[in-house]
Write a protein that binds this ligand. Structure first.
Ligand code: UT7
Length: 331
Protein backbone atom coordinates (compact mmCIF):
# COMPACT_ATOMS: atom_id res chain seq x y z
CA UNK A 1 0.00 0.00 0.00
CA UNK A 2 1.35 3.40 -1.01
CA UNK A 3 0.77 6.87 0.36
CA UNK A 4 0.38 10.01 -1.79
CA UNK A 5 3.01 12.56 -0.82
CA UNK A 6 3.03 16.23 -1.85
CA UNK A 7 6.36 16.62 -3.67
CA UNK A 8 5.78 19.81 -5.68
CA UNK A 9 3.57 22.89 -5.66
CA UNK A 10 3.22 26.00 -7.79
CA UNK A 11 0.80 28.78 -8.58
CA UNK A 12 0.19 31.44 -11.16
CA UNK A 13 -1.97 34.56 -11.34
CA UNK A 14 -2.27 36.74 -14.45
CA UNK A 15 -0.39 40.07 -14.40
CA UNK A 16 -3.40 42.46 -14.29
CA UNK A 17 -4.16 43.60 -10.71
CA UNK A 18 -7.68 44.85 -9.99
CA UNK A 19 -8.03 46.83 -6.78
CA UNK A 20 -11.23 47.58 -4.90
CA UNK A 21 -10.85 51.16 -6.16
CA UNK A 22 -10.97 49.85 -9.73
CA UNK A 23 -14.32 48.18 -8.94
CA UNK A 24 -15.62 51.40 -7.34
CA UNK A 25 -15.49 52.91 -10.84
CA UNK A 26 -17.81 50.21 -12.22
CA UNK A 27 -20.45 49.74 -9.50
CA UNK A 28 -21.78 51.22 -6.29
CA UNK A 29 -19.30 49.72 -3.85
CA UNK A 30 -16.38 50.92 -1.74
CA UNK A 31 -12.93 49.77 -0.76
CA UNK A 32 -14.01 50.14 2.86
CA UNK A 33 -17.08 47.86 2.46
CA UNK A 34 -15.13 45.20 0.59
CA UNK A 35 -12.24 45.16 3.06
CA UNK A 36 -14.48 45.18 6.14
CA UNK A 37 -16.90 42.51 4.95
CA UNK A 38 -14.51 40.22 3.08
CA UNK A 39 -10.86 41.09 3.81
CA UNK A 40 -10.15 41.51 0.08
CA UNK A 41 -7.92 44.35 -1.18
CA UNK A 42 -7.16 43.20 -4.72
CA UNK A 43 -7.46 40.30 -7.13
CA UNK A 44 -6.09 39.43 -10.61
CA UNK A 45 -7.95 39.31 -13.93
CA UNK A 46 -6.88 37.67 -17.19
CA UNK A 47 -6.66 39.44 -20.54
CA UNK A 48 -9.18 38.46 -23.22
CA UNK A 49 -8.32 35.07 -24.74
CA UNK A 50 -6.69 33.54 -21.64
CA UNK A 51 -8.45 30.47 -20.24
CA UNK A 52 -8.29 28.32 -17.11
CA UNK A 53 -6.01 25.86 -18.92
CA UNK A 54 -3.49 28.65 -19.66
CA UNK A 55 -3.29 29.62 -15.98
CA UNK A 56 -3.12 25.92 -15.05
CA UNK A 57 -0.25 25.41 -17.50
CA UNK A 58 1.88 28.08 -15.79
CA UNK A 59 1.07 26.75 -12.30
CA UNK A 60 1.76 23.15 -13.39
CA UNK A 61 5.17 24.04 -14.88
CA UNK A 62 6.13 25.58 -11.54
CA UNK A 63 4.84 22.58 -9.58
CA UNK A 64 6.75 20.18 -11.83
CA UNK A 65 9.90 22.24 -11.44
CA UNK A 66 9.59 22.27 -7.65
CA UNK A 67 9.10 18.47 -7.72
CA UNK A 68 12.11 18.01 -10.01
CA UNK A 69 9.87 16.23 -12.55
CA UNK A 70 9.14 16.63 -16.26
CA UNK A 71 5.74 16.57 -18.01
CA UNK A 72 6.48 13.05 -19.30
CA UNK A 73 6.66 11.85 -15.67
CA UNK A 74 2.96 12.65 -15.11
CA UNK A 75 0.73 9.55 -15.03
CA UNK A 76 -2.63 11.26 -14.57
CA UNK A 77 -4.13 14.77 -14.51
CA UNK A 78 -6.99 15.94 -12.30
CA UNK A 79 -8.27 19.42 -13.15
CA UNK A 80 -10.69 21.17 -10.78
CA UNK A 81 -12.56 24.14 -12.22
CA UNK A 82 -16.02 25.70 -12.39
CA UNK A 83 -14.86 27.92 -15.26
CA UNK A 84 -13.51 25.54 -17.92
CA UNK A 85 -12.21 27.07 -21.16
CA UNK A 86 -15.12 25.50 -23.08
CA UNK A 87 -18.39 23.71 -22.30
CA UNK A 88 -16.60 20.66 -23.64
CA UNK A 89 -14.07 19.14 -23.83
CA UNK A 90 -12.80 19.73 -20.31
CA UNK A 91 -9.75 21.82 -19.46
CA UNK A 92 -7.76 18.74 -18.39
CA UNK A 93 -7.18 17.65 -21.98
CA UNK A 94 -6.12 21.18 -22.95
CA UNK A 95 -3.59 21.12 -20.14
CA UNK A 96 -2.30 17.71 -21.28
CA UNK A 97 -1.69 19.18 -24.73
CA UNK A 98 -0.11 22.42 -23.47
CA UNK A 99 2.30 20.51 -21.24
CA UNK A 100 3.12 18.05 -24.05
CA UNK A 101 2.45 15.36 -21.47
CA UNK A 102 2.01 11.73 -22.51
CA UNK A 103 -1.46 10.43 -23.51
CA UNK A 104 -2.44 10.05 -19.87
CA UNK A 105 -5.96 10.30 -18.45
CA UNK A 106 -7.24 13.82 -17.74
CA UNK A 107 -10.24 14.22 -15.47
CA UNK A 108 -12.20 17.46 -14.96
CA UNK A 109 -13.76 17.84 -11.52
CA UNK A 110 -16.79 20.10 -11.09
CA UNK A 111 -17.14 20.76 -7.39
CA UNK A 112 -16.52 24.49 -7.25
CA UNK A 113 -14.70 25.73 -4.15
CA UNK A 114 -14.30 22.16 -2.91
CA UNK A 115 -13.10 20.91 -6.30
CA UNK A 116 -9.43 20.86 -5.39
CA UNK A 117 -10.01 18.70 -2.31
CA UNK A 118 -12.29 16.33 -4.25
CA UNK A 119 -9.47 16.10 -6.79
CA UNK A 120 -6.93 15.25 -4.10
CA UNK A 121 -9.20 12.38 -3.01
CA UNK A 122 -9.20 10.94 -6.55
CA UNK A 123 -5.44 11.26 -6.86
CA UNK A 124 -4.81 9.88 -3.37
CA UNK A 125 -6.89 6.76 -3.99
CA UNK A 126 -5.35 6.09 -7.40
CA UNK A 127 -1.89 6.32 -5.83
CA UNK A 128 -2.80 4.22 -2.77
CA UNK A 129 -3.87 1.25 -4.90
CA UNK A 130 -0.71 1.52 -7.00
CA UNK A 131 -2.39 2.62 -10.23
CA UNK A 132 -0.30 5.77 -10.71
CA UNK A 133 3.03 7.09 -9.41
CA UNK A 134 2.87 10.83 -10.18
CA UNK A 135 -0.45 12.67 -10.37
CA UNK A 136 -0.82 16.35 -11.29
CA UNK A 137 -3.72 17.98 -9.43
CA UNK A 138 -4.68 21.48 -10.54
CA UNK A 139 -7.26 24.05 -9.51
CA UNK A 140 -7.71 26.91 -11.99
CA UNK A 141 -10.36 29.54 -12.57
CA UNK A 142 -11.17 32.44 -14.85
CA UNK A 143 -14.03 34.25 -13.13
CA UNK A 144 -13.51 37.73 -14.52
CA UNK A 145 -15.15 36.99 -17.90
CA UNK A 146 -18.38 35.83 -16.22
CA UNK A 147 -19.16 38.42 -13.56
CA UNK A 148 -21.87 41.08 -13.39
CA UNK A 149 -20.07 44.43 -13.20
CA UNK A 150 -23.30 46.36 -12.51
CA UNK A 151 -24.33 47.31 -8.96
CA UNK A 152 -26.84 44.44 -8.99
CA UNK A 153 -24.00 41.91 -9.07
CA UNK A 154 -21.76 43.63 -6.55
CA UNK A 155 -22.22 41.12 -3.70
CA UNK A 156 -20.73 38.33 -5.85
CA UNK A 157 -18.43 40.22 -8.22
CA UNK A 158 -16.20 41.88 -5.63
CA UNK A 159 -15.31 38.49 -4.19
CA UNK A 160 -13.80 36.68 -7.15
CA UNK A 161 -10.44 36.62 -8.89
CA UNK A 162 -8.61 34.55 -11.50
CA UNK A 163 -5.73 32.20 -10.73
CA UNK A 164 -4.36 28.67 -10.64
CA UNK A 165 -2.53 26.38 -8.24
CA UNK A 166 -1.02 22.95 -8.84
CA UNK A 167 0.29 20.10 -6.75
CA UNK A 168 2.24 16.98 -7.67
CA UNK A 169 1.42 13.90 -5.62
CA UNK A 170 3.87 11.01 -5.74
CA UNK A 171 3.59 7.46 -4.44
CA UNK A 172 5.73 6.83 -1.39
CA UNK A 173 6.24 3.78 0.80
CA UNK A 174 7.11 6.00 3.78
CA UNK A 175 4.53 5.26 6.49
CA UNK A 176 4.68 8.68 8.13
CA UNK A 177 4.28 10.95 5.07
CA UNK A 178 1.51 11.87 2.65
CA UNK A 179 -2.26 12.23 2.64
CA UNK A 180 -3.79 10.67 5.75
CA UNK A 181 -7.50 11.17 5.16
CA UNK A 182 -10.04 12.76 2.85
CA UNK A 183 -13.58 13.57 3.98
CA UNK A 184 -15.96 14.79 1.28
CA UNK A 185 -19.59 15.90 1.59
CA UNK A 186 -22.42 17.39 -0.45
CA UNK A 187 -25.96 18.62 0.10
CA UNK A 188 -27.78 19.49 -3.12
CA UNK A 189 -30.77 20.87 -1.19
CA UNK A 190 -29.13 24.28 -1.45
CA UNK A 191 -27.91 24.12 -5.05
CA UNK A 192 -29.76 27.34 -5.91
CA UNK A 193 -28.24 29.35 -3.04
CA UNK A 194 -25.02 29.76 -5.02
CA UNK A 195 -25.23 29.00 -8.70
CA UNK A 196 -25.18 30.09 -12.32
CA UNK A 197 -28.55 28.92 -13.63
CA UNK A 198 -28.03 29.86 -17.29
CA UNK A 199 -27.07 28.66 -19.88
CA UNK A 200 -28.87 25.43 -19.01
CA UNK A 201 -29.20 22.19 -20.97
CA UNK A 202 -32.67 21.88 -19.41
CA UNK A 203 -33.77 24.81 -21.60
CA UNK A 204 -34.37 25.10 -25.34
CA UNK A 205 -32.54 27.18 -26.35
CA UNK A 206 -29.97 26.96 -23.58
CA UNK A 207 -29.81 30.74 -23.32
CA UNK A 208 -31.79 33.59 -24.91
CA UNK A 209 -31.10 37.25 -25.64
CA UNK A 210 -33.66 38.09 -22.94
CA UNK A 211 -31.80 36.01 -20.33
CA UNK A 212 -28.55 37.73 -21.27
CA UNK A 213 -30.14 41.19 -21.17
CA UNK A 214 -31.60 40.44 -17.73
CA UNK A 215 -28.20 39.21 -16.51
CA UNK A 216 -29.63 35.86 -15.41
CA UNK A 217 -26.53 34.06 -16.66
CA UNK A 218 -24.38 35.64 -13.94
CA UNK A 219 -23.61 33.79 -10.70
CA UNK A 220 -26.15 34.41 -7.92
CA UNK A 221 -25.66 33.88 -4.21
CA UNK A 222 -27.56 34.12 -0.97
CA UNK A 223 -24.43 35.40 0.79
CA UNK A 224 -25.46 35.35 4.46
CA UNK A 225 -26.99 31.85 4.08
CA UNK A 226 -23.85 30.47 2.43
CA UNK A 227 -21.68 32.20 5.04
CA UNK A 228 -23.51 30.54 7.95
CA UNK A 229 -23.31 27.06 6.45
CA UNK A 230 -19.65 27.52 5.51
CA UNK A 231 -18.60 28.22 9.10
CA UNK A 232 -20.57 25.28 10.52
CA UNK A 233 -19.43 22.73 7.94
CA UNK A 234 -15.77 23.76 7.94
CA UNK A 235 -15.56 23.44 11.73
CA UNK A 236 -17.26 20.02 11.58
CA UNK A 237 -15.05 18.60 8.87
CA UNK A 238 -11.80 19.85 10.45
CA UNK A 239 -12.81 18.09 13.69
CA UNK A 240 -13.57 14.94 11.71
CA UNK A 241 -10.10 15.00 10.14
CA UNK A 242 -8.51 15.31 13.59
CA UNK A 243 -10.65 12.60 15.22
CA UNK A 244 -10.15 10.13 12.38
CA UNK A 245 -6.38 10.39 12.62
CA UNK A 246 -6.18 10.58 16.43
CA UNK A 247 -4.81 14.13 16.49
CA UNK A 248 -5.75 17.33 18.29
CA UNK A 249 -5.32 20.91 17.07
CA UNK A 250 -2.05 21.04 19.04
CA UNK A 251 -0.60 18.56 16.55
CA UNK A 252 -1.52 20.69 13.54
CA UNK A 253 1.15 22.96 12.05
CA UNK A 254 -1.22 24.81 9.71
CA UNK A 255 -4.86 24.84 8.65
CA UNK A 256 -5.12 25.89 5.01
CA UNK A 257 -8.71 26.96 4.39
CA UNK A 258 -10.52 27.92 1.21
CA UNK A 259 -10.48 31.70 0.75
CA UNK A 260 -14.11 32.82 0.34
CA UNK A 261 -14.28 35.50 3.00
CA UNK A 262 -11.74 36.35 5.70
CA UNK A 263 -14.56 36.64 8.23
CA UNK A 264 -15.64 33.04 7.56
CA UNK A 265 -12.14 31.78 8.30
CA UNK A 266 -11.79 33.98 11.38
CA UNK A 267 -15.06 32.58 12.74
CA UNK A 268 -13.93 29.01 12.06
CA UNK A 269 -10.66 29.73 13.91
CA UNK A 270 -12.54 31.33 16.82
CA UNK A 271 -14.91 28.37 17.17
CA UNK A 272 -11.98 25.96 17.17
CA UNK A 273 -9.94 28.21 19.52
CA UNK A 274 -7.17 28.03 16.94
CA UNK A 275 -4.22 30.44 17.37
CA UNK A 276 -4.03 32.99 14.55
CA UNK A 277 -0.63 31.77 13.31
CA UNK A 278 -2.06 28.29 12.64
CA UNK A 279 -4.44 29.38 9.90
CA UNK A 280 -3.17 30.77 6.59
CA UNK A 281 -5.12 33.50 4.79
CA UNK A 282 -4.21 35.35 1.60
CA UNK A 283 -7.63 36.46 0.37
CA UNK A 284 -6.51 40.10 0.71
CA UNK A 285 -4.28 39.66 -2.37
CA UNK A 286 -6.17 37.21 -4.59
CA UNK A 287 -9.87 37.29 -3.67
CA UNK A 288 -11.72 34.02 -4.05
CA UNK A 289 -10.19 31.93 -6.84
CA UNK A 290 -12.51 28.99 -6.06
CA UNK A 291 -10.72 25.68 -6.88
CA UNK A 292 -7.36 27.48 -6.93
CA UNK A 293 -7.40 29.02 -3.44
CA UNK A 294 -6.01 26.03 -1.55
CA UNK A 295 -3.13 25.11 -3.90
CA UNK A 296 -2.16 28.81 -4.11
CA UNK A 297 -2.17 29.09 -0.31
CA UNK A 298 -0.31 25.80 0.10
CA UNK A 299 2.42 26.97 -2.27
CA UNK A 300 2.83 30.21 -0.32
CA UNK A 301 2.92 28.41 3.03
CA UNK A 302 5.73 26.19 1.74
CA UNK A 303 7.63 29.02 0.04
CA UNK A 304 7.49 31.14 3.20
CA UNK A 305 8.66 28.11 5.19
CA UNK A 306 5.73 28.42 7.58
CA UNK A 307 5.65 24.60 7.66
CA UNK A 308 8.39 21.99 7.35
CA UNK A 309 8.92 18.40 6.35
CA UNK A 310 6.97 16.10 8.67
CA UNK A 311 4.40 18.72 9.68
CA UNK A 312 0.66 17.96 9.81
CA UNK A 313 -1.57 20.21 7.71
CA UNK A 314 -5.33 20.23 7.23
CA UNK A 315 -6.88 21.68 4.09
CA UNK A 316 -10.58 22.54 4.33
CA UNK A 317 -13.21 23.97 2.03
CA UNK A 318 -16.88 24.81 1.55
CA UNK A 319 -18.70 26.02 -1.52
CA UNK A 320 -21.48 25.82 -4.08
CA UNK A 321 -23.45 22.60 -4.15
CA UNK A 322 -23.26 22.77 -1.22
CA UNK A 323 -20.04 20.79 -1.06
CA UNK A 324 -17.47 20.68 1.71
CA UNK A 325 -14.36 18.64 2.53
CA UNK A 326 -11.16 18.31 4.52
CA UNK A 327 -7.86 16.66 3.66
CA UNK A 328 -5.24 15.90 6.32
CA UNK A 329 -1.66 15.35 5.21
CA UNK A 330 1.86 15.01 6.60
CA UNK A 331 4.33 16.97 4.50
O1 UT7 B 1 -16.63 30.39 -2.21
C1 UT7 B 1 -17.94 29.96 -2.16
C2 UT7 B 1 -18.56 30.23 -0.88
N1 UT7 B 1 -18.88 31.62 -0.78
C3 UT7 B 1 -18.99 32.16 0.39
O2 UT7 B 1 -18.78 31.48 1.34
C4 UT7 B 1 -19.43 33.59 0.51
C5 UT7 B 1 -20.31 33.73 1.70
N2 UT7 B 1 -20.91 35.03 1.89
C6 UT7 B 1 -20.21 36.18 2.07
O3 UT7 B 1 -19.01 36.19 2.00
C7 UT7 B 1 -20.97 37.43 2.46
O4 UT7 B 1 -22.32 37.08 2.72
C8 UT7 B 1 -20.92 38.56 1.40
C9 UT7 B 1 -19.53 39.13 1.33
C10 UT7 B 1 -21.32 38.02 0.04
C11 UT7 B 1 -21.88 39.67 1.77
O5 UT7 B 1 -21.55 40.17 3.05
P1 UT7 B 1 -22.64 40.31 4.19
O6 UT7 B 1 -21.97 40.90 5.34
O7 UT7 B 1 -23.30 38.97 4.36
O8 UT7 B 1 -23.62 41.38 3.57
P2 UT7 B 1 -25.14 41.24 3.14
O9 UT7 B 1 -25.29 40.35 1.96
O10 UT7 B 1 -25.97 40.94 4.35
O11 UT7 B 1 -25.42 42.73 2.69
C12 UT7 B 1 -25.34 43.84 3.59
C13 UT7 B 1 -25.52 45.12 2.81
C14 UT7 B 1 -26.70 45.11 1.87
O12 UT7 B 1 -27.27 46.41 1.86
P3 UT7 B 1 -28.57 46.74 2.75
O13 UT7 B 1 -29.64 45.80 2.25
O14 UT7 B 1 -28.17 46.50 4.16
O15 UT7 B 1 -28.82 48.17 2.41
C15 UT7 B 1 -26.08 44.83 0.52
O16 UT7 B 1 -26.86 45.34 -0.54
O17 UT7 B 1 -24.37 45.34 1.97
C16 UT7 B 1 -24.79 45.59 0.63
N3 UT7 B 1 -23.74 45.09 -0.27
C17 UT7 B 1 -22.73 45.86 -0.70
N4 UT7 B 1 -22.41 47.14 -0.46
C18 UT7 B 1 -21.30 47.62 -1.06
C19 UT7 B 1 -23.63 43.85 -0.80
N5 UT7 B 1 -22.52 43.79 -1.57
C20 UT7 B 1 -21.96 45.04 -1.53
C21 UT7 B 1 -20.81 45.58 -2.11
N6 UT7 B 1 -20.52 46.88 -1.85
N7 UT7 B 1 -19.99 44.88 -2.92
Amino acid sequence: MYRAKIVGTGFYVPPRVITNHDLEKLMDTSDEWIQQRTGIKERYYVEDGVGASDLAYEASKRALESAGLKPEDIDFIVFATLSPDYTFPGSGVLLQQKLSARHVGALDVRDQCTGFLYSLMVADNAIRVGQYKNVLVVGAEVHSTGLDYSTEGRDVTVLFGDGAGAVILTATEEKDRGILSTHLYSDGTYADRLWAEWPSSRRLPRVTHKILEEGKHFPKMDGPFVFKHAVRRMVEVIKEALDTNGYTLDDVAMIIPHQANLRINQMVARQLKLPENKMYNNIDRYGNTTAATIPIALTEVLEKELVKDGDLIIMVSFGAGFTWASVAAIL
